[in-house]
Design a protein around this ligand. Structure first.
Ligand code: FPP
Length: 228
């Protein structure tokens, strides 16, 4: 969800105004993906690198998450959304961590949309923690290093109980992954949009889905024409 800061600056407003508008864009996007019958959505709300922003911006972002939790969870729950958080929450305040846990517990049985919110998330750190868990299993004598397979790494990563993402959308004009879901994106189709995140809406979801529908997914195999 990139481009909040630039969106605000273009209007001569503080960056926090852009994050607030970004929160509205997220709401519109959730509604739009649900209207298309999409069952899983993962959004990058706060990267492990975002701590390096000025303290005031970090505080405003975390306050915004807290407000969004208090304000939106009831409605999300009524619409059948299951909210989950991925990333290292240990760095967050107690009230924020409690709010996340409450939201997860309240919505845990919903299945219309699984909404994963990545907070203090980093793709490399995700792979490191999975590696650590496997190393501990080796140390306990439960597995030997030769037993380690891709599926075992995957089982210890975030999103292990959902499908790998079909489509990644990055807004804001940058064309990079910025440490997001590095393992899980191996065969994901990538869609880069110049739209700044606060301007993102259902029309842009449709453009991205249309782009996705035009791709031929080969997963390392041959195309239909090549294999005919
Ligand atoms: C990147 O834009 C965006 C963020 C670091 C924050 C994302 C947060 C939201 C969209 C708020 C809503 C989220 C929830 C979970 C309620 P940027 O600040 O890097 O923009 P820039 O590249 O233009 O500076």
């Amino acid at each position: 969800m990139d481009g909040n800061g630039r969106w605000a600056q273009r209007q001569g407003k503080p960056r926090s105004h852009g994050h607030q508008a970004g929160s509205d864009a997220l709401k519109r996007t959730v509604e739009s993906v649900m209207s298309h019958g999409i069952g899983h959505l993962t959004v990058y709300a706060f990267s492990s690198e975002n701590w390096s922003r000025p303290n005031i911006e970090v505080k405003q972002l975390l306050d915004l998450f807290m407000r969004a939790l208090n304000r939106e969870v009831r409605e999300l729950n009524e619409h059948g959304v299951c909210i989950r958080f991925i990333g290292d929450r240990s760095a967050f305040s107690r009230p924020l961590r409690d709010g996340m846990k409450r939201a997860e517990n309240r919505t845990r049985d919903n299945r219309k949309l699984i909404l994963n919110v990545a907070v203090n998330y980093g793709g490399r750190a995700d792979i490191v923690q999975a590696t650590r868990q496997l190393a501990q299993a080796v140390e306990r004598g439960e597995i030997s290093p030769e037993d380690i397979e891709e599926s075992m790494v995957a089982r210890n990563l975030s999103l292990h109980d959902g499908p790998p993402p079909d489509l990644l959308i990055r807004t804001g004009g940058e064309k990079r992954l910025s440490n997001f879901l590095l393992w899980q994106l191996a065969y994901t189709e990538l869609h880069f949009s110049d739209v700044l995140w606060p301007d993102f809406d259902g029309e842009h979801v449709e453009i991205a889905l249309h782009d996705f529908a035009s791709r031929e997914r080969r997963f390392g195999g041959l195309s239909k024409v090549q294999s005919a």
